[in-house]
Design a protein around this ligand. Structure first.
Ligand SMILES: [Mg+2]
Length: 394
């Protein structure tokens, strides 16, 4: 008999805020807001510590609103290099458990752990060991879900947030999730939720009442996806899993995206996120010693539809500030008026090796500064330098 696949999903708890608290113990135990930009009054909450979440502050909110809720909240501006550094360290650590690893975002990973229960005693023991090693090495916590595929393991880890763990074998899924509100299922956003509510579908067990045709006629491909997710008994054991990151090689594109806890609406909120993502993309591009001339941005709406733009620019670049400017140029071409944004991302592609033949002295200076800061971060990893904020004000 074939072994049932076991996928482990781990999601760090309030990642950006937890990393800041780990780095600066003075912030531990306090409501902390990580802002998209340095301007405390005029930016967006990128992350909130659990102490801040308990007061009702969450990412996606304007910092003005957050500071009205808690005027004494601590504030730091987001430092993408710091989070990427920790993220890379965590990825390296997880590879020691299973080489079949996929990084879903800066703080989320999937591991194929099928059959590893024998090596670690049980899947529960394996999950606990991973959780404990993350606390010991990084002073942050993560939540773990173990189930038969990516989606189910992600639902399991979300149900036990923060600092929890849940093992959900296939035969338990329909019972464990029976009362789960549909909006808690990753991928079902505000607009799909409303449409399903109109059809009197409120919970996971409601989703199971209708045949595949019912969903396909009303929702097309997404409908079939919904039908499949509601019927875990139909998941094939040999479902093809295309794991990335098995062999490190030069990437074809470098991207970063973020799914928000709350939808955002305003241009300044969208810009703050784009700035953060541009910094992350630039950091990685420089790490590969590459430059790119094609920038792509996308905004995903709550109904899973995308607005996207892409352009080949004349000059190659790996400067975060330039990537940000190009992303804003693309954003200006998109119609984002009254658009609700649930997730957004930037990617760059069409690479060539980085050079440092700058005609302009200030470009040369920026290159040297960005590079030096990246190197210090990579070598010492003590997060004492802030390329993101320094680069953006030069
Ligand atoms: Mg997380």
């Amino acid at each position: 008999m074939k072994k049932e696949p076991k996928i482990l999903h781990i999601d760090m708890d309030a990642f950006f805020a937890s990393v800041e608290q780990a780095y600066n113990p003075r912030l531990k135990g306090k409501p902390l807001i990580v802002g998209g930009r340095a301007d405390k009054q005029r930016t967006v909450v990128c992350a909130a510590s659990y102490e801040a979440k308990a007061l009702g502050i969450d990412s996606g909110m304007s910092t003005q609103q957050a500071l009205r809720i808690c005027p004494d909240a601590e504030f730091v501006s987001a430092d993408s290099a710091k989070y990427l550094y920790v993220s890379n360290q965590i990825a390296g650590m997880l590879k020691n458990y299973s080489p079949r690893i996929e990084q879903a975002s800066v703080d989320e990973f999937y591991l194929d752990i099928t059959g590893l229960d024998k090596m670690f005693g049980s899947y529960l023991d394996l999950g606990m060991r991973i959780k404990q090693e993350i606390v010991r090495r990084f002073s942050i916590t993560g939540s773990v879900g173990i189930s038969v595929n990516r989606l189910m393991s992600k639902i399991a880890s979300k149900l036990k947030k923060p600092d929890g763990m849940m093992i959900m074998p296939r035969e338990d899924i329909t019972f464990v999730l029976k009362d789960l509100p549909i909006q808690k299922i990753p991928g079902i956003g505000g607009s799909l939720t409303a449409k399903l509510h109109d059809l009197s579908i409120f919970s996971f067990s409601d989703m199971r009442k209708f045949p595949a045709d019912f969903y396909e006629q009303r929702f097309g491909k997404i409908g079939l996806w919904m039908y499949a997710l509601a019927h875990p008994e139909l998941i094939a054991d040999d479902e093809k899993i295309n794991w990335i990151n098995q062999k490190p090689k030069d990437p074809k594109s470098i991207s970063h995206s973020y799914t928000l806890v709350q939808n955002i609406y305003t241009r300044s909120e969208i810009e703050a996120w784009i700035q953060l993502l541009a910094e992350m993309v630039g950091f990685r591009l420089r790490g590969h010693n590459l430059q790119a001339n094609t920038v792509h941005i996308y905004l995903r709406k709550p109904d899973m539809k995308f607005i996207a733009g892409e352009k080949n620019f004349k000059e190659y670049n790996n400067d975060s500030k330039q990537i940000f400017k190009r992303a804003i140029f693309l954003l200006d071409k998109l119609n984002t008026r009254n658009v609700e944004v649930r997730a957004l991302g930037i990617s760059v592609k069409n690479f060539m090796p980085a050079t440092n033949n700058f005609l302009l002295a200030d470009a040369q200076k920026r290159y040297q500064i960005c590079n030096a800061l990246d190197k210090i971060n990579q070598r010492f990893g003590d997060w004492t330098v802030y390329p993101a904020s320094i680069c953006s004000i030069i």
